[in-house]
Write a protein of this length. Structure first.
Length: 262
């Protein structure tokens, strides 16, 4: 659970913890925050992806990485211990860890189901540890990455267990917004539709990802699937002082899908 730090200066007093920050929307958010002078501590389970992310982001400023597998109880305990021992202010939290593999309801196994619920359990207690840090330091801002699938079923991508977990994350967002407001902590979520990220590699061959996802362009009224940067820009806004009167919101960042269908 050692933290790896690029550059020599580790004196920043406020940091952004990004769970699942080594790729996709989490990585794009880390880049956004670095451009604002905020130090990200990105957590991921793949050492090589973390190293690549650190190499890329370190060109923009100070970045820290920490390896933890949210499916391993000892890694979760180690991460929580690291958070509890952190003396700096974790002013920002982004819960971006995710897993997505469309499976018909009648075909779901317990292992499939627990793959989603285990992430929610890890998110719950990691967020609790961060909230205690924020309380101690006078507040902070959290954004959870939920999903359009938690609001709308799509027959082409059967996702009952995934959607159940993401709907729970949406509910957690609203409950934490209520409970933590008195501690000057805002909690929001984004609900993306189809966004090109490595998450689709769980069930699409790498050479076929672009063509497969392009088939969903017309599903979005705007006419294209999203990019990680599209979502990261909204996350960055929700974390900023410009959004200081927004909490408990589940923002549709979905190319218009929840507004209607083409």
């Amino acid at each position: 659970m050692n933290i790896s730090t690029s550059n020599s200066n580790n004196a920043a007093q406020a940091i952004a913890l990004i769970i699942g920050g080594s790729s996709g929307m989490g990585l794009a958010t880390a880049k956004q925050l670095l451009n604002q002078g905020i130090t990200p501590l990105i957590v991921g389970r793949d050492e090589s992806k973390l190293a690549q992310a650190q190499q890329m982001l370190s060109k923009l400023g100070l970045v820290e990485t920490l390896r933890a597998d949210l499916y391993q109880p000892q890694d979760i305990e180690g991460l929580i211990s690291t958070i509890q021992a952190e003396q700096r202010h974790i002013k920002f939290l982004v819960n971006a860890a995710g897993y997505f593999k469309p499976t018909a309801f009648l075909d779901h196994s317990k292992d499939d189901y627990h793959a989603y619920q285990a992430l929610n359990e890890a998110t719950f207690f990691i967020t609790q540890a961060v909230a205690n840090n924020m309380v101690k330091h006078g507040g902070g801002n959290m954004v959870n990455i939920g999903s359009m699938w938690a609001k709308q079923a799509v027959k082409a991508t059967p996702s009952s267990a995934y959607s159940m977990a993401k709907a729970g994350l949406h509910a957690l967002t609203q409950h934490l917004a209520m409970e933590l407001a008195e501690h000057n902590i805002r909690v929001n979520a984004v609900a993306p539709a189809v966004v090109k990220t490595p998450i689709y590699g769980a069930f699409i061959e790498p050479d076929a990802i672009d063509e497969t996802l392009a088939g969903f362009d017309s599903f979005h009224p705007i006419g294209r699937i999203g990019t990680a940067d599209d979502v990261a820009q909204t996350i960055s806004f929700l974390l900023s002082d410009q959004a200081n009167w927004i909490t408990g919101a589940i923002w549709d960042v979905d190319g218009g899908v929840m507004a209607g269908r083409n």
